[in-house]
Design a protein around this ligand. Structure first.
Ligand SMILES: [Zn+2]
Length: 305
């Protein structure tokens, strides 16, 4: 456990929901990211218990993946005066809700529709408990992602741009758009900020930033040298994410979901895969089983961990 300055609460969640950070003082409270929709009630309970009777005043999303903003609708219901600020890149798709452009349809995930009241630009700054938090653009994992840096205490909310062990799937690469250079430029931004402590989008808080940057760059180099490694990683992440949601599924239902998931179809076709979709799907499931992420038999697939 890392000791955080007064007014900062880090909620480390399971992998289905992103972590949440709550900043609060006597006059305002700001939540960064709201988790996955199936955990929305739990997110609400965590916030309410931390704020006692006070309302949540602002909600910021680092990016609009379903595991980072799935609780937005619930929190907007609970706190009617809540301001919701998002990165500008996808703002128009939120205003005219477009589940395909927001990637919920192609990933086979769900996010209850929410509204926004404003956007977060690179360089924007806000103050809370007398500390300055600055927004930095952090493309790569998602072209529109931002990270948030506390300039007084050197604390970085890194979203999925940097974890203790790696970083999130580089989603534009799935669609054939090159984005590995963006990942590297974002790692350079983080290096330049020189944070003392990182509160990542998933996993525990950590202080060994040098080590994390080294591991991220090593991983990035592997992906650059063998893009099929990134494709396999992406496929496994999408499959595991759904399994975290379902916990247990009939294998035929799970396969139906996979067949109808556009990104899995693209990933199967990448690198001239000669295997049929169904054989490839089973191979990915077996590989997840080998890494102890699930158990699979003729009839069922069950999530582990
Ligand atoms: Zn993400």
């Amino acid at each position: 456990m890392h000791t955080l300055p007064n007014g900062i609460i880090f909620f480390e969640r399971g992998w289905l929901s992103s972590n949440n950070v709550l900043l609060h003082d006597d006059t305002q409270s700001i939540l960064i990211d709201s988790g996955y929709w199936t955990h929305a009630k739990q997110t609400e309970a965590l916030i309410k218990s931390a704020l006692q009777q006070r309302p949540l005043s602002k909600l910021l999303n680092t990016h609009l993946h379903s595991d980072h903003c799935g609780g937005n609708a619930q929190l907007q219901d609970t706190f009617p005066n809540l301001e919701t600020l998002i990165p500008p890149g996808h703002a128009s798709y939120v205003d005219n809700w477009d589940a395909a452009a927001l990637t919920y349809t192609p990933t086979g995930q769900h996010c209850p529709p929410f509204t926004k009241t404003g956007v977060l630009h690179d360089g924007d700054c806000f103050k809370i408990t007398g500390k300055s938090w600055r927004i930095h653009a952090a493309p790569g994992h998602d072209p529109h992602s931002i990270i948030v840096f506390n300039e007084n205490d050197g604390i970085l909310i890194s979203a999925d741009a940097l974890w203790e062990n790696g970083f999130g799937v580089v989603f534009p690469e799935i669609e054939g758009l090159s984005a590995f250079d963006d990942v590297e430029s974002t790692l350079r931004v983080i290096e330049r900020l020189n944070p003392k402590l990182i509160l990542p989008g998933h996993g525990a808080a950590f202080t060994d930033v040098k080590g994390a940057l080294w591991r991220a760059r090593t991983r990035l180099e592997q992906f650059r040298n063998s893009p099929e490694k990134h494709s396999t990683y992406a496929a496994k992440v999408l499959l595991k994410f759904k399994l975290l949601e379902l916990q247990k599924s009939k294998l035929i239902d799970y396969r139906e979901w996979a067949r109808s998931t556009q990104y899995l179809q693209i990933l199967h076709k990448t690198h001239l895969n000669a295997m049929s979709f169904d054989s490839w799907f089973i191979e990915q499931c077996k590989s997840l089983e080998k890494s102890k992420a699930c158990a699979v038999n003729e009839e069922y697939i069950v999530n582990i961990n």
